[in-house]
Design a protein. Sequence first.
Length: 120
Amino acid sequence: MEKKTLVIGASINPERYSNKAIKSLKNKKIETIALGLRKGEVESVTIETEQLLFKEVHTVTLYLNSKRQEDHYEYIISLNPKRVIFNPGTENPEFYKLLEKNNIETEIACTLVLLATNQY
């Protein structure tokens, strides 16, 4: 099953975990889209700076701290993904509850580990 993934908090900096996640998703042949503070490109994935209404997003993987997530609550819910992955440092109980109310799965995990261990 195709798990089209939106990386929020994407960065062109190769040291950032969001950047490593984009590369790993592409390596696993998973359709990847990205949203970040600055436009750029990673592995031919354009980092958008506006909250575009992407279609058929299966997974949203977060690389934003809980405070910075607040501006994205409604946007993420409007995409109606199957799940949202909270990577280390992005834990947010307030957002978990909102997602649960909207029947969106939450997963507290590391995208890179999930991909490396074929649990994605």
